[in-house]
Design a protein around this ligand. Structure first.
Ligand code: SMG
Ligand code: MG
Length: 369
């Protein structure tokens, strides 16, 4: 069995509603899909790089370039082996974790199918359902936010995360606490603060939040460690952990007490599992983050979140919260207990509806040996 063909497909999908964070507002989600073929099987991956270098330096265009020029050529025409073995081919490529994760994801799907097992089994996952949380973007008004929190709770989400930035923080959290009481609540700053905002962060410390996610710079570990010493609330690192090695350093420095695991940010599912294993060893809880994935990336993330160390609710919401018509069937629908089912079929366990992919496609390019 050889890897016969890899195709890159740039799709654009309108979000059900715009998503606003401290670094910007997004209404149309572009993403690069990776379709890998071998011996009659098709594996799918999703690259989570966005339209601009805001969340990280990667973009749709840098990912496309790195995939086509440096990553795909290292695996094309080779015998299909375990994704970790295949990934050794691009080990010398520095950075670009989202590009790597997109291709590796397609190989995981393909390889699991070739073994006749689910991605969950391939990764060593144990859970049949994973806890679902919701991340609520910055809203035009407090009323709009309160209404969304109410809807999320009624729908059964097990944790609500609020995006914050200077000017949309303490008062917002206070209002949510006053209206909804002791619900599982967290905040995510996407790197919008510095040590000079200590007063604000200390004010947030009084609201019994489950965590404060990524308050400081995307590449900082030192100031986060300083801050963690001064707060009761656990700091959760997201952007600051671009690899398993960075996770190890962050835990050594005490830069946070929780890690948000995103395969795209750390270079793939194998690297994500390494972060998980390291955290389990050290008694640090992890949860799976989200990048507004379509059902393809979501299926990979749900399988990852079935590993035993994912003990906190994940940023894995149901399909309908993001897209009117997801790219997969069946779409992800929340169970009444606020969990998402982990698909049991071979590979990612959901069917990619090619006709919907086609309709969302902006550009595609196929590679053969
Ligand atoms: O997929 O539900 C989701 C979004 C979760 O808030 C979310 N992600 O920093 O954790 C984060 C943000 C990054 C999103 S940028 C597109
Ligand atoms: Mg985050």
């Amino acid at each position: 069995m050889k890897l016969e063909r890899v195709e890159l497909i740039l799709v654009e999908l309108p979000l059900v509603e715009p998503f606003e964070t401290s670094f910007g507002r997004e209404s149309l989600r572009p993403c690069v899909l990776v379709k890998a073929q071998s011996d009659g099987l098709v594996g799918w991956g999703e690259c989570v790089a966005g339209s601009g270098p805001w969340y990280s330096y990667e973009t749709v265009e840098t990912a496309w370039h790195v995939l086509r020029s440096f990553l795909i050529p290292t695996v094309l025409g080779r015998p299909l082996e375990h994704p970790e073995t295949m990934a050794r081919g691009w080990a010398r490529v520095r950075g670009h974790p989202m590009a790597k994760a997109g291709l590796e994801a397609a190989l995981w799907d393909l390889w699991a199918q070739a073994q006749g097992i689910s991605l969950r089994e391939a990764l060593g996952g144990v859970k049949e359902r994973v806890e679902s949380g919701i991340s609520l973007g910055i809203q035009p008004s407090l009323e709009a936010l309160l209404e969304r929190v109410e809807r999320a709770l009624a729908r059964g989400y097990r944790r609500v995360k609020l995006k914050i930035r200077p000017g949309w923080d303490v008062q917002v959290v206070k209002a949510v606490r006053e209206r909804f009481g002791p619900i599982p609540l967290s905040v995510d700053a996407n790197a919008a603060y510095t040590l000079s905002d200590l007063d604000t962060l200390k004010a947030l410390d009084r609201f019994e939040l489950m965590m404060i996610e990524q308050p400081f710079r995307y590449d900082d570990l030192v100031d986060h460690a300083e801050l963690q010493k001064q707060l009761r609330t656990p700091i959760c690192l997201d952007e600051s952990v671009p690899s398993p090695e960075a996770a190890r350093q962050a835990l050594k420095l005490g830069s946070g007490r929780i890690i948000n695991v995103k395969p795209g940010r750390v270079g793939g599912l194998a690297a994500a599992r390494k972060v998980h294993d390291l955290c389990v060893e050290r008694g640090v809880p992890v949860w799976c983050g989200g990048m507004l994935e379509t059902g393809i990336g979501r299926a990979h993330n749900v399988a990852l979140a079935s590993l035993p160390g994912f003990t906190l609710p994940n940023d894995l919401s149901e399909s309908a919260r993001y897209y009117r018509r997801d790219l997969v069937e069946p779409p992800f629908v929340l169970n009444p207990d606020g969990t998402l089912p982990v698909p049991r079929g071979p590979g990612i366990g959901v069917e990619v509806v090619e006709e919907r992919v086609e309709r969302a496609t902006v550009r595609r390019e196929a590679f053969t040996p």
